[in-house]
Design a protein around this ligand. Structure first.
Ligand SMILES: Nc1ncnc2c1ncn2[C@@H]1O[C@H](COP(=O)(O)OP(=O)(O)OP(=O)(O)O)[C@@H](O)[C@H]1O
Ligand SMILES: [Mg+2]
Length: 313
């Protein structure tokens, strides 16, 4: 996939994000801990790794951990101790704390103390999409930067570079539709490019593909709501999840994501039972139907209705 093979590997290759690039490209030891915060696929991890390179840190001395998988205090302590230790690869080291919001609060408390006096030649950079889950005292330890969605002209720079390097012939109208569909998100740009590069696709096909792609991107967030509904979670939990979702997404995109999740489940090999498919079909039709009036009211009512259907009332 192009988003994996076309990661920026130097500050010159990072498009946009001018504030972050101008500050971090000048960074030299000793350094404060940095934090990059912002939406999915906007280049946080890529820039964290570029920082390591631009500081001249050997690859073997760049420790990248996904905090979601190392959330216990014991494992963070282990990783941190190892990070402080000397190494054969050189004197400087970088610790990338990816998805730092996934750490338990005990682990966050541990870091709070450690980050107060970061030794020279040790750099720490954290990335997060969900800054609200990081304890405020820990946030204060970091110099924080917000990663922003890219402008259409910056997306075009990335797109033109990738299609040139890959030898893809992409017509102008496809470029325009593609850029318009991804809302400033470079990762979505490259994953959607992959889906529409085929030259035999009609304009209508491309529009459909891009529409579905943008829904599937939101799908990840809506998936938990879909699962809660199907597993018969209590209404309190469902309504709480909806409140969170409605802060991020429009009611219609939540509804469309639900429809596409349910329809793809119908084709899944995990759903074999007749009763299950009947249930799913009901849920699917209900979600599909609820698009005629005020979109927010519709969504809430249809989710409530689904909840009642699943409970068998
Ligand atoms: N500023 C940029 N310039 C060029 N390419 C970019 C830029 N930002 C992101 N990309 C492209 O998007 C891809 C995804 O970026 P990355 O994985 O760094 O995002 P992320 O913010 O860490 O996402 P997540 O929150 O999901 O972990 C990169 O591999 C790269 O191809
Ligand atoms: Mg990342």
């Amino acid at each position: 996939m192009y988003h994996l093979t076309h990661r920026p590997s130097s500050w010159d290759e990072v498009v946009g994000q001018e504030v972050i690039v101008s500050k971090l490209r000048k960074a030299i030891f000793p350094l404060p801990p940095y934090m990059l915060e912002g939406g999915r696929g906007l280049g946080k991890t890529s820039m964290a790794l570029v920082l390591g390179k631009s500081l001249g840190i050997a690859k073997g001395n760049i420790i990248e951990i996904n905090c979601v998988h190392y959330s216990t205090k014991a494992s963070i302590e282990d990783i941190y101790r190892n990070f402080l230790r000397g190494s054969f690869h050189g004197s400087s080291k970088l610790l990338v704390l990816d998805e730092i919001h996934g750490m338990s609060s005990a682990s966050q408390q541990f870091l709070l103390k450690e980050l107060e006096n970061l030794p020279s030649e040790r750099a720490v950079i954290a990335c997060t999409t969900t800054v609200e889950k990081v304890i405020p005292t820990l946030l204060d330890r970091f110099v924080r930067y917000r990663v922003k969605p890219l402008s259409d002209s910056n997306l075009k720079i990335i797109l033109d570079k990738v299609i040139k390097e890959e030898g893809i012939a992409l017509s102008r109208w496809k470029k325009v539709l593609l850029i318009k569909s991804v809302d400033g998100n470079p990762r979505n740009l490259l994953t959607s490019l992959y889906k529409i590069e085929d030259t035999s696709l009609s304009k209508e096909d491309v529009e459909k593909i891009l529409e579905v792609a943008s829904v599937v991107n939101d799908g990840e967030d809506v998936l938990s709501l879909a699962k809660m509904l199907l597993s018969g979670s209590p209404w309190e939990a469902i309504s709480k999840e909806m409140t969170v979702l409605l802060k991020k997404l429009t009611p219609d995109s939540i509804r469309i994501a639900l429809v596409s999740i349910y329809s793809s489940r119908l084709l899944s090999r995990y759903v074999t039972d007749e009763k299950d498919t009947l249930e799913l079909t009901k849920v699917f039709l209900e979600t599909l139907r609820s698009n005629s009036f005020l979109e927010k009211a519709n969504l809430i009512l249809s989710v409530r209705h689904l909840y009642l259907i699943i409970k068998g009332e």
